[in-house]
Design a binder for this molecule. Structure first.
Ligand code: PHE
Length: 508
């Protein structure tokens, strides 16, 4: 290809333009194959040394049968030559002599009135013939076409000739034309920057030709999650590390003052691990003992549950049933940090959005795994009023201006409130989330001061996503029935976020 490159460049240098690369002949005198030419032209064109246009021409070439005719004559001529000028030939001898050609050639030879039947013999009708079929084949071989269009068609339909595309190029000089090719750099290096050679270095152009591959697409849940994350970040929250899907019962239940006989701790509601079934990674035995104490006998103003708390139960591993397992761990750490600072408490705002698992019967609205959005605010002397006020701000930012609260029960919060929002489509109040103030039995056992109050809330990610994207079966959102087209083509999520206290919606 170096030789071809030199040939192209020197020809351009002397002639200015190459009208057709067909005229370029290699050292052997033959035309250079177009694939070799186009390789060189592409590389020169990418360096702007030349530019070129494609010339497409039909080329007619002989098939194997066509070549045989050109070399040895047509079938009909072979038949004629086989017929003895004096004695003719019997049909069976002809078949023996010529094989397949005998049958193919006879018809044409009859039609041309070269031979005729005489009893069971074939005899000549003329003494000399002109084998026009062979002449036609030779013309095609020589010129790549035939001067008579209908003959050409006929040769094609008899499969003596086939059409090919002949590709060649017209080449002109490009703005950076030169007789020698300078090597182009593919990368800008620190050395080039340091020694200034980048100023004169020529760089290889990026090749953006072709169709870029289809990129990844965010799942609707991830789009809505991103919007929720933004709300939390706007409000100054810190994201909790939720990459622990397997958790001990301790952080999922016990640390949250959820008694060991609680129905949620049953295998019907929770996925427990079989192998390994337990964790013994408890290092702060003082804390574990305080948890045991408050469950068994109470403390911090509470009478406790009055049962025999067992560490074996707390060690059981499970798939976390809520992200509050992460929150309990984070609040414990907050207590540790406070202690490390000599008791100086710093308020904290945490959030998380991730998967949780429950041993539920799967139906149109329930899956065994789903996502929870959870927020936690820890500060001194927070009140239920703070929780209610903050929920209004939070849900208004989500585009949900009308919320109502209903007293509820959670083992770890007191008081607890379910949060309802007005659903304009369904024309009714639907449950959106759950909230409350973490109990002193939980917080004080961790070592937090009695005046540190923690308000928290949780909601599912799936329901708002289904409402946003108009899905009414959760199995269209997650699992093997998900339509990948739906994932690819769904719009970006823009929650109708409201700033400040402006009131919109049903009551506005
Ligand atoms: N953990 C609760 C649930 O799974 C949600 C919640 C979080 C409630 C924090 C109160 C406080 O539904």
């Amino acid at each position: 290809s170096e030789d071809i490159q030199t040939l192209i460049l020197t020809t351009l240098d002397s002639q200015g333009t190459i009208e057709n690369t067909e005229s370029l002949k290699g050292p052997d005198g033959n035309t250079i194959p177009y694939l070799a030419v186009v390789g060189v032209l592409n590389s020169l064109a990418s360096k702007e040394m030349v530019s070129y246009t494609t010339i497409e021409k039909d080329l007619f070439v002989l098939t194997a049968e066509g070549n045989e005719i050109a070399d040895t004559g047509s079938h009909e001529a072979k038949v004629f030559n086989a017929v003895d000028a004096q004695n003719g030939i019997s049909i069976s001898d002809l078949a023996k002599l010529l094989g397949a050609s005998a049958k193919i050639g006879q018809g044409k030879a009859f039609k041309n009135k070269w031979i005729k039947k005489d009893g069971d013999k074939l005899v000549r009708e003329v003494q000399t013939i002109v084998d026009q079929t062979q002449l036609d084949a030779l013309e095609v071989r020589k010129t790549g076409t035939h001067s008579n269009a209908s003959t050409l068609k006929d040769l094609q339909s008899r499969k003596h000739v086939e059409k090919q595309k002949l590709i060649s190029y017209k080449v002109v000089k490009g703005p950076k034309f030169a007789l020698t090719v300078t090597k182009e750099a593919t990368d800008l290096t620190t050395d080039m920057l340091a020694d200034g050679s980048w100023k004169t270095q020529s760089f290889k152009k990026y090749n953006f030709a072709g169709n870029p591959p289809e990129g990844g697409h965010l799942h609707p849940l991830m789009k809505v999650r991103e919007e929720f994350r933004k709300i939390f970040f706007e409000l100054g929250f810190e994201e909790m590390p939720t990459n622990k899907f397997v958790e001990s019962s301790f952080w999922n239940f016990d640390a949250l003052f959820q008694p060991q006989q609680h129905p949620a701790r049953d295998a019907h509601d929770t996925f427990f691990l079989l192998d390994p079934a337990t964790s013994d990674k408890f290092t702060d035995m003082d804390y574990v003992n305080r948890v045991k104490e408050v469950h068994s006998h109470g403390g911090y103003g509470s009478t406790g549950y009055g049962y025999d708390w067992k560490i074996e139960e707390a060690q059981k591993l499970l798939l976390r049933t809520h992200t509050t397992s992460v929150s309990s761990n984070m609040l414990y750490r907050l207590a540790q940090e406070t202690k490390a600072r000599g008791g100086e408490f710093r308020p904290a705002k945490f959030f998380s959005i991730d998967r949780v698992y429950r041993n539920e019967t799967v139906d149109a609205t329930h899956l065994a795994e789903f996502h929870q959005v959870e927020g936690v605010i820890a500060d001194k002397n927070l009140t239920l009023g703070d929780l209610i006020g903050f929920m209004k701000v939070f849900f208004e930012k989500m585009g949900v201006p009308d919320i109502k609260f209903k007293p509820a029960f959670n083992p770890y919060t007191e008081p607890s409130m379910e949060i309802f929002s007005w659903h304009p489509g369904l024309e009714k109040w639907v449950e959106l989330g759950n909230s409350g103030m973490f109990r002193p039995e939980m917080l004080e056992a961790m070592g937090l001061d009695p005046d540190v109050r923690v308000i928290a809330w949780g909601l599912g990610l799936e329901r708002p996503t289904m409402i946003k994207y108009g899905l009414d079966n959760i199995r269209e959102l997650l699992g093997h029935k998900v339509d990948l087209d739906m994932i690819q083509s769904n719009s970006a999520c823009r929650l109708d976020k409201k700033m400040g206290k402006e009131k919109v919606g049903k009551d506005a």
